[in-house]
Design a protein around this ligand. Structure first.
Ligand SMILES: Cc1cc2nc3c(=O)[nH]c(=O)nc-3n(C[C@H](O)[C@H](O)[C@H](O)COP(=O)(O)OP(=O)(O)OC[C@H]3O[C@@H](n4cnc5c(N)ncnc54)[C@H](O)[C@@H]3O)c2cc1C
Length: 407
């Protein structure tokens, strides 16, 4: 048993990472108290459904609950929903406070505080962001009221999914994107394919464009960087998130793009761990901060095990998915680390981008409607298998045939 196994653990943040950590601590036999603080006055829930089923489904659609009251009782987890920790001190032990009131002391603190929405430099009343269940409820009720004109700022996953949900409800959507192509995270080939699919359904996409000013409070008059103007009834700002690292800063933890941790999620402050979207971790492609649900889950599970004294190596293969209209997009591994990308057809009729390193090793895969392939490609990506693309190009092989050839 590790010394920390007898330690009181406080988890700050009741999202995917924090809840996975609390569960994993108990699964690995941690016996001392576990308290989870969650700012939101709601049961802990999963975020991916907020921009999918919650926006496009029936009015009573709710995201998946991560930990029920019954499970808290069964697992002996003290969940304090609706409690924001605004001060963290460390003397002999950590002290957690809200508005000056001491709420808990703990030998070990796990920071799982996630991100907050990034805002536009130009502020205006009533702009939508999408990070919490409350955000989703507000956007959903605006979209359900009537079909109007929506401006989506930013064409990352959230912007893309909101645009699809609004268009499915009959809204006219304009999407502005600062980079030179729409959906830049998908790479040029699949990004352009998705952009064409949206254009066919009526999306007015404006790449290489930013918002310079917003007037009004709905309807809005929006000035764009190319000199044009757009009128919109609602605006969704989907320009990414900022790590909630304030508590880590208060105790002097090293910060970069997020809270810097080692391969066991230890920060530079003894007893303080960081996991999920807020954590910047070393990995096979260098230090990275992922904003993926699966990563947050695996961080939490692993960190809980480490605190409870288990020695399990952490070998993480990033994976993120998105659902738009009736299509599934997946990204596996690290397209960013690749030297070249090659597009192939899949047997399922979808598209596959193979992202290769200098020696032809498989570093990542982006797929459009090729779910079975994405699942099969995990092992080859994990071991960075060499891909013979010349042969594939000559014989017009499908992505599956290429995968089979590398065994
Ligand atoms: C709309 C949306 C759609 C997404 N879709 C996908 C998808 O399709 N696929 C995918 O892989 N990923 C998706 N993601 C990303 C995924 O949800 C995140 O990677 C994951 O939720 C990260 O988990 P986390 O626990 O690190 O942070 P979060 O889920 O953000 O949880 C952090 C929690 O900490 C709380 N908190 C912050 N500060 C404090 C404090 N001081 N005191 C107490 N509590 C605090 C916050 O209120 C929040 O509840 C999506 C995200 C969003 C917002």
């Amino acid at each position: 048993m590790s010394a920390e196994n007898a330690a009181r653990v406080a988890v700050i943040g009741a999202g995917a990472a924090g809840i996975a950590a609390a569960r994993s601590l108990r699964d690995h036999g941690h016996r001392a108290s576990i308290t989870v603080f969650g700012e939101e006055s709601l049961p802990p829930y999963d975020r991916p459904q907020l921009s999918k089923e919650v926006l496009s489904g029936p009015a009573d659609t709710v995201p998946r609950v991560l930990l029920s009251e019954q499970e808290c009782r069964d697992l002996g987890i003290d969940l304090r929903a609706g409690t924001r920790i605004d001060a963290l001190d460390r003397t002999e032990v950590f002290q957690l406070r809200t508005e000056g009131v001491l709420l808990a002391e703990a030998e070990v603190v796990v920071l799982a505080t996630g991100l907050r929405s990034r805002h536009l430099a130009t502020q205006a009343e009533g702009l939508h962001h999408l990070r919490s269940w409350l955000d989703a409820a507000s956007l959903r009720s605006a979209l359900a009221r009537r079909a109007g004109r929506l401006l989506v700022v930013g064409s990352g996953f959230v912007g893309m999914e909101v645009a699809a949900a609004a268009m499915s409800r009959g809204w006219q959507v304009v999407a502005v994107e600062a980079r030179s192509r729409l959906f830049p995270g998908l790479g040029p080939r699949i990004g352009d394919h998705v952009a064409a699919m949206f254009a066919e359904r009526g999306l007015d996409g404006r790449p290489a464009t930013t918002v310079t000013s917003v007037e009004g409070a709905g309807p809005y008059l929006v000035q764009l960087s190319d000199g044009s103007q757009v009128e919109a009834d609602e605006i969704l700002v989907g320009v990414g998130g900022v790590p909630n690292d304030a508590l880590a800063r208060q105790v002097g933890a090293a910060i970069g793009d997020g809270v810097l941790v080692d391969a066991a999620f230890r920060t530079s402050v003894p007893g303080l761990y960081a996991i999920g979207d807020v954590a910047s971790c070393p990995g096979r492609w260098g230090r990275t901060r992922h904003e993926h649900w699966r990563t947050a889950q695996e961080h939490g599970s692993h960190c809980g095990a480490v605190i409870a004294g288990a020695e399990i190596p952490f070998d993480h293969l990033p994976w993120v998915w998105s659902d738009v209209f009736d299509h599934r997009i997946e990204i596996l591994g690290s397209p960013r680390a690749a030297r070249s990308s090659h597009t192939l057809r899949s047997n399922e009729g979808g598209l596959v981008d193979l992202h290769l390193g200098q020696e032809g090793e498989l570093l990542g895969v982006t797929t459009f409607d090729a779910t079975r392939f994405a699942r099969k490609a995990r092992a080859a990506t994990r071991r960075a298998a060499r891909v013979d693309l010349e042969r594939a190009a000559v014989s017009g092989q499908t992505a599956e045939a290429v995968l089979e050839a590398i065994g």
